[in-house]
Write a protein that binds this ligand. Structure first.
Ligand SMILES: *Cc1c(COP(=O)(O)O)cnc(C)c1O
Length: 369
């Protein structure tokens, strides 16, 4: 039995009729950039997340970058980011002309550790990007309190957390802004790149609309040097179809996570923690093992795909070699050595989950994990 990390073709088969109708409608209308589909998606996402404003952009990376620019973050500023996340979180800071400062994670949830965040704040710190890794929200109560006390903007990287919440309030509704990615593999994914900013601040929303469209609010007038960072109508139409299913899909992911927990209980692997303060939407189901690389090889031999997100803390990436010497994040280091993400997606079958778990439990080396 061969089990993929993700099966987007299976998702397409489930939705083919709805998707093709939406695509035909856009092609027939002949309007491809900043038209009614994008405007409707922005309204629908704002309502889903529970914020007054949503602005569609070309990617999750651009969402973060444009928020930083719109918030006036730039040269000589520092932005605290977790050391254990996708590189885009830090790249956005660098592109804004500011300096990413890496803080450590809580080893149980892999999310920004509030104590390490506090220690990373300097007089130059302007903002914090809190990442909701693998689909589970960071401790937004503690982190937003720290940001409020220290006068910092809190920006949420919700790329992996569409539909997650903390204390009943959605990821993306807590910070000055929430930044979402519609990269095809995310819980709500387009058939190409896409992103969205959610915010309660009308001034910030308006600036991002201007920045995404070459710095223009009025046709022919460019008040600042902006970007070409728009979501297109086809992707918006596809996302509107998928948005109608994402709640059900996230529930299926949670069901699969519960099945993994049952089948792996008492075994040698550390299972993902839930803080119990809000729904984990299981963008990834990530276990850990000191024998991670050996386990992964044996899974592959039994036809089971797996993935390592992320093999290096960001400050160990060549791109951030210049900051390496000044940083130490032991929890991020250990996570990078031990994490292993298993297949999890709505269309995954119970039979497949059994196969993964049997392969995992037979894959444990004699020394135990
Ligand atoms: C995917 C991702 C991004 C970037 O999103 P893109 O749409 O690929 O630019 C940023 N942060 C995290 C945590 C991600 O997983």
């Amino acid at each position: 039995m061969n089990i993929l990390m993700l099966d987007l073709a299976a998702e397409y088969r489930e939705l083919e009729a709805e998707l093709m109708a939406a695509i035909r409608e856009v092609l027939a209308a002949g309007n491809f950039i900043l038209g009614p589909q994008v405007a409707a998606l922005e309204r629908e996402v704002a309502e889903y997340i529970g914020v007054p404003h949503a602005v569609a952009v070309a990617s999750g990376t651009d969402a973060l970058h444009l928020v930083l620019r719109a918030a006036g973050v730039g040269a000589d500023d520092e932005v605290v980011v977790p050391a254990f996340t996708f590189i885009a979180t830090a790249e956005a800071v660098s592109h804004a002309g500011a300096r990413p400062v890496f803080a450590d994670i809580d080893p149980a949830t892999y999310n920004l550790d509030p104590a390490s965040l506090e220690a990373a704040i300097t007089p130059r710190t302007r903002a914090v990007i809190v990442v909701h890794l693998y689909g589970h929200t960071a401790n937004l109560e503690l982190i937003s309190a720290i940001c409020a006390r220290r006068g910092l903007a809190m920006i949420e990287d919700c790329a992996q957390a569409f539909g997650a919440d903390f204390a009943g309030k959605s990821a993306g509704a807590w910070g000055e802004a929430g930044c979402f990615s519609f990269y095809p593999t995310k819980n709500l994914g387009a058939y190409g790149d896409g992103g969205m900013v959610t915010t309660g601040d009308p001034v910030l929303a308006d600036r991002i609309r201007m920045l995404r469209h070459h710095g223009s609010r009025t046709a022919g007038q460019h008040e600042t040097v902006g970007y070409n960072s728009r979501l297109d109508e086809l992707q918006a139409a596809i996302l509107r179809v998928k948005l109608r299913h994402v709640t059900r899909w996230n529930e299926r992911r949670r069901g699969h996570a519960a099945a993994y927990r049952r089948l792996l209980a008492g075994g040698p692997f550390a299972l993902p923690a839930e803080h119990g303060r809000g729904a984990h939407v299981y963008h990834q189901f990530t276990i850990r093992s000191a024998a991670r690389d050996a386990v992964r090889k044996r899974l592959a031999a039994q036809g089971v795909a797996s993935a390592v997100y992320y093999a290096l803390p960001l400050y160990r990436q060549p791109a951030y070699a210049s900051v390496r010497r000044s940083v130490s994040c032991p929890a991020a280091e250990q996570a990078a050595r031990e994490v292993l993400s298993l297949p999890i997606y709505p269309q995954l079958t119970e039979e497949a989950i059994h196969h993964v778990c049997n392969a995992l439990l037979s894959a444990v080396p004699a020394t135990r994990a």
